[in-house]
Design a protein around this ligand. Structure first.
Ligand code: F6R
Length: 608
């Protein structure tokens, strides 16, 4: 949801900013812009609808001269359409500003500062820029502090003041911001992907601090105007530039599908001790697992789907209620949770605003929280009581793939540890469970190796405007993820249904050749699912059946069968999800769409 970057240093700022924006582009790609503080201290602004490439071409043809500081933005539109005027940076008197987040009280601020005749865009961000200009009397820190007191909402800003050449100011509330002083100069950005070419050391800009970048230093100020006494903790990134490059793959999504087996190992193996799950290095105490009488999982999108799979696996083992909620709903409910509830928050980015609000609500209710997060130092990771990092490395494609698998790997380990310490599993059962989890990794590799076979099914899917995914139990939970993946990158309307529920209405939509991806990997409901497949087959559906190698099915049942290796029923998600991801990938490719950056979407949803 918008990527921002600020730079001050000895190098050509234009290149640093444009390269940084290319690394941040997955956060939003409706428009992009930069503002440079030129050598004569004038501000040069360039902004364009479209991707960073369009902006780069425009800058190459229109900008003359050198700059050593500036700010850059790539936008995912919230307030106002996708136009050059709504693109950032926004100029307001002596202020030039970029923003990630939402200013909720922008109407009130427009009135208060009498901005009606000044605004040339429809954005909340321009209102913040003019308000800051009105508050500015030559002291940037004082003005930013005063602005902060006026704002409601979430934001990270980078700001240039006309009369402070060479300095870039930044502040954040909720929206992410990391900073680093590198051999190339001082940098601040929404995400590490912009900083990683220059350093592996960074800090998370704390809320309620103002940072000032100059070519020789990053200054950090408390809001009370004094230099901060305590410099933020310096963190080290555990991945390098290679992880953020395509490395020969045509798309990030394909690369990330291929990275799943390795990411699974990285997430599981360091937490195994003598064949048992062990969270000592994560500082997660066992009383977190023994002291609860219910589990509530909260997340959004794909992460929520991982939660649904985890629920279906954990509840029958633990025999305590495990509930899954959509974070954007949960946060406005009055949930039945208390100090005996373990709330598990799942988020790849660790910045999803609804998931963060859910975490805070859980704390308000006295629940203990455990976050399963991929991004080190992210807000959710910092605010939760305990964090279990997944080790997927950066996920750049907007469609989540490897993050889902490792979230599940982590959650399966949590389920196993809980079962062990609650006395539900013997050590032998826990070891067997983890052995089955590890066995799922070669099963994923087998399915990745079948990508050419899976590609064949696409012709039947991309000819249809609709597709259905059906399954029962765990297979239904996988179906939800399959349908989401397909719709978000191929734009084919796809729905997931519990196979037995179809006949209660939705079967009316099944007609000749409508593709139905039927998942049947769960033995205890296998025969029932097969009957449901026959019902749609009888109405002309084109059936693509995903099942286990050993499954015995009549040849006439499905038009195409894809077999996964015979792993234990509780672990079929790992090979199945590879198939679902590849179906979506090839459907998008087959329709000639932008696989990594699908329309209307962005990674890291930092607005409600
Ligand atoms: C879909 C997808 C999204 C995210 C969701 C939550 O492919 O990526 O549905 O899963 O926006 O994001 P995180 O996990 O960052 O909280």
């Amino acid at each position: 949801m918008c990527g921002i970057i600020g730079y001050s240093g000895p190098l050509e700022a234009r290149n640093i900013l444009l390269d940084g924006l290319a690394g941040l582009e997955y956060r939003g790609y409706d428009s992009a812009g930069i503002a440079l503080c030129m050598e004569d201290s004038s501000i040069c602004l360039a902004k364009k609808v479209g991707k960073v490439k369009t902006l780069r071409d425009y800058c190459d043809s229109s900008i003359r001269g050198t700059a050593h500081s500036g700010i850059g933005h790539t936008r995912w539109a919230t307030h106002g359409g996708v136009t050059d005027a709504n693109a950032h940076p926004h100029r307001a008197g002596k202020v030039t500003l970029i923003h990630n987040g939402i200013i909720e009280n922008y109407h009130a601020l427009t009135e208060q500062f009498k901005l009606q005749d000044k605004l040339i865009s429809q954005t909340d961000s321009e209102v913040a820029a003019w308000a800051l200009d009105a508050l500015y009397d030559g002291d940037p820190l004082k003005a930013i502090r005063a602005l902060k007191n006026q704002l409601e909402g979430s934001y990270s800003f980078c700001i240039l003041f006309d009369d402070q050449p060479g300095s870039v100011y930044a502040i954040r509330s909720v929206s992410p911001l990391v900073a680093a002083y590198t051999h190339a100069g001082a940098m601040v950005a929404s995400d590490l992907t912009a900083l990683i070419p220059y350093t592996n050391q960074y800090f998370v800009v704390p809320e309620n601090r103002i940072v000032k970048l100059t070519s020789y230093k990053i200054h950090v100020y408390d809001l009370d105007d004094a230099f901060t006494k305590e410099y933020p903790e310096i963190l080290t990134v555990n991945w390098n530039m290679d992880a953020a490059m395509k490395n020969g793959f045509p798309h990030f999504m394909m690369k990330e599908i291929h990275e799943q087996p390795e990411a699974m190992k990285n997430t599981i193996l360091p937490r195994m001790n003598k064949g048992l799950p062990d969270f000592c290095d994560d500082h997660i105490p066992d009383d977190l697992f023994t002291g609860c009488s219910q589990i509530h999982i909260v997340a959004c999108g794909t992460a929520m789907h991982a939660g649904m799979v985890a629920r279906a696996v954990m509840e029958p083992i633990l025999r305590i209620p495990v509930t899954v909620s959509i974070a954007s709903e949960f946060r406005y409910e009055e949930p039945l949770i208390n100090d005996k509830t373990l709330v598990i928050i799942i988020s790849q980015s660790g910045e999803t605003i609804d998931t963060l609000a859910a975490l805070r609500l859980a704390h308000d209710y006295g629940s203990r929280t455990l976050a399963v997060v991929n991004v080190k130092g992210s807000t959710i990771a910092r605010e939760s009581d305990y964090v279990l990092y997944t080790h997927a490395g950066p996920e750049i494609a907007v469609a989540s793939t490897k993050a889902y698998s490792v979230q599940l790997a982590a959650l399966y380990m949590v389920g196993c540890r809980m079962a062990l310490v609650r006395g539900v599993f013997t050590e032998k059962q826990a070891t067997d469970f983890l052995t089955d989890l590890l066995d799922a990794i070669p099963a994923m590799e087998t399915m990745i190796a079948q990508e050419d076979t899976i590609k064949q099914v696409i012709t039947h899917i991309i000819q249809s405007p609709d597709a259905f995914f059906i399954g029962r139990g765990l297979d239904y939970a996988f179906s939800l993820e399959g349908a989401l993946k397909l719709k978000e990158i191929s734009y084919i309307h796809s729905e997931a249904y519990a196979a037995g529920e179809l006949k209660h209405g939705t079967i009316a939509l099944i007609s000749d050749q409508v593709p139905v991806i039927a998942i049947a990997t769960q033995q205890h409901v296998f025969a029932k699912t097969i009957s449901n497949i026959r019902e749609v087959k009888a109405r002309g559906a084109f059936i693509i059946l995903l099942t286990k190698e050993s499954a015995v099915v009549d040849d006439t049942l499905a038009d195409i069968q894809i077999h996964i290796p015979d792993v234990d029923d509780r672990f079929t998600v790992f090979p199945i999800v590879v198939v679902l991801q590849l179906i979506a990938y090839y459907a998008s490719l087959g329709k000639n769409l932008d696989v990594d950056q699908p329309r209307n979407l962005a990674k890291s949803v930092t607005v409600e």
